[in-house]
Design a protein around this ligand. Structure first.
Ligand code: MAN
Length: 467
């Protein structure tokens, strides 16, 4: 236990230096200056009684009061707490006024940000509703297409002319067959007669002088000497050709045309039908035509006949709806991403979308767009320094840092990036830009968006620390 006399006796008794708060006796200790009327301060012991008035910490000059017997020539520093405090309070008030004014501008930006966000949410709900409807319509169309495709038994009929031709060919075939039969019968008869004559020729008695038999045999021999092959050939050809009837009949039987509804019997060429379909589709989509009729060419929508026009229309519609759905989903995703992006406190940065700030500093004009891109312009070209990606606040909340990433690649170096440090100011202004590392840029910026409500604090209670 130390006695009262051992406190501030310029001898360091306690390891933590607590017995010498008013002297420099303990190394690595602090001198406490009361600074009555201002903020108390803590000064390194080494700076006590060193011949320098450390008014930045000890406005009362107590650090140089010659308390140290080892330094009796130390100058006595007069107490300047009153004027230092007056300057300090004036500075605080000035800053508070700046923050106050900036805050008003900030409030307007925040109000705009809120409106923008609300609008995005309305858009999102609207698009989500549209998505649900479109998905439902697509589902219905796909079901209709499936039903249609299943029901289409390509029903066919033959034109009358074809049926008539078939009948005629059938009649001709019968006549042909009868004629062929007659010819074949005659051929058989000829063979029989030839056999009889041959028998007569070989077996007749030449000792009987029968001139009729001899004349018949002579004629038979003449015929045998000049055989006529054409008959056999013709008969064979006729037999072969008979099969052609069957093939013609089969072709005629297979010749059928699809049964069509009146609409698909349109005389319009396919090109015009497609154009008409597209026009109707466009009119339906743009609310100029009710989407009640399923068939763009005006046939009954309940028809489930094999109707290629209706099928084509359905398929076109499904393709279009799928494309539209893809676009909608992308839009919804973009909106969701935007809505969930961190735009800082009160989403203040959202209110500054498309707002850009630039300043000519040295050889380049530097520019950044809040939540957009940062760039360096000069020598007729613009270099991308990165795109806004994230933000963070300093611990005391007074500094907002925006991080811009993935800029243009440095020649044989890193990808450019930038940190934009914003503190409260009456207007958006780039105060300075430096490049602490090659292709890493640091912007110091003032803007109302970093302003905050401040209380002008009393001077009591706080301790001004030199460190
Ligand atoms: C340009 C500028 C500079 C950068 C060099 C790197 O000159 O973008 O800021 O340091 O390229 O090569």
């Amino acid at each position: 236990m130390l006695s009262f006399e051992q406190v501030n006796d310029d001898i360091c008794d306690c390891p933590d230096g607590s017995d010498e708060p008013g002297t420099a006796a303990c190394p690595n200790n602090y001198f406490y200056c009361q600074n009555v009327g201002h903020i108390p301060g803590k000064l390194a012991s080494s700076r006590v009684n060193d011949g320098v008035c450390d008014y930045d910490v000890c406005c009362d000059g107590s650090d140089e009061q010659g308390l140290s017997s080892s330094n009796p020539t130390a100058p006595k520093c007069e107490n300047k707490c009153k004027e230092i405090n007056a300057r300090y309070v004036a500075e605080l008030k000035k800053n508070a006024a700046l923050q106050e004014a900036g805050l008003k501008v900030r409030d307007q930006i925040v109000a705009k940000a809120k409106k923008l966000r609300d609008a995005l949410e309305v858009d999102l709900r609207m698009l989500q509703g549209k998505l649900v409807n479109l998905e439902e319509q697509l589902k219905q169309n796909e079901e209709k297409l499936a039903t249609l495709s299943a029901n289409i038994k390509v029903e066919t009929e033959q034109p009358k002319e074809i049926s008539k031709a078939k009948e005629d060919v059938e009649g001709l075939e019968k006549q042909y067959s009868s004629a062929l039969e007659v010819i074949q019968k005659l051929q058989q008869n000829i063979e029989t007669y030839e056999l009889i004559l041959q028998t007569m020729k070989t077996e007749y008695n030449p000792n009987f002088n029968d001139p009729a038999v001899k004349a018949a045999i002579r004629s038979f021999e003449e015929i045998q000497a000049n055989p006529d092959a054409t008959l056999d050939q013709t008969t064979n050809q006729l037999k072969q050709d008979k099969s052609k009837f069957a093939s013609v009949m089969s072709d005629l039987g297979a010749f059928k045309v699809p049964t069509c509804n009146p609409a698909s019997k349109s005389f319009l060429p396919a090109f015009f039908q497609n154009q008409l379909m597209s026009l109707k589709l466009w009119m339906i989509e743009n609310g100029l035509l009710a989407d009640t009729s399923f068939d763009p060419l005006g046939s009954t929508s309940s028809s489930t006949d094999g109707d290629s026009v209706e099928l084509t229309y359905l398929r076109n519609m499904i393709t279009k709806q799928n494309t539209e759905l893809g676009k909608l989903r992308t839009q919804i995703q973009d909106l969701k991403t935007d809505i969930s992006t961190n735009y800082g406190r009160d989403e203040v940065l959202r209110g500054l979308k498309n707002v850009c700030v630039s300043n000519l500093l040295g050889e380049y004009t530097y520019e950044f767009c809040f939540s957009g891109q940062a760039s360096q312009k000069g020598n007729g070209q613009s270099t991308n320094l990165g795109t806004f990606e994230s933000l963070n606040y300093s611990e005391d909340g007074k500094t907002l840092t925006l991080n811009y990433e993935k800029g243009a690649k440095c020649w044989s170096g890193p990808i450019r990036r930038a940190s934009i440090e914003i503190t409260c100011g009456s207007q958006d202004e780039i105060l300075l830009v430096s490049e602490p590392e090659r292709c890493e840029y640091f912007f110091k910026v003032s803007s109302p968006i970093a302003c905050a409500k401040v209380e002008v604090p009393g001077t009591e209670g706080a301790v001004r620390d030199e460190l």
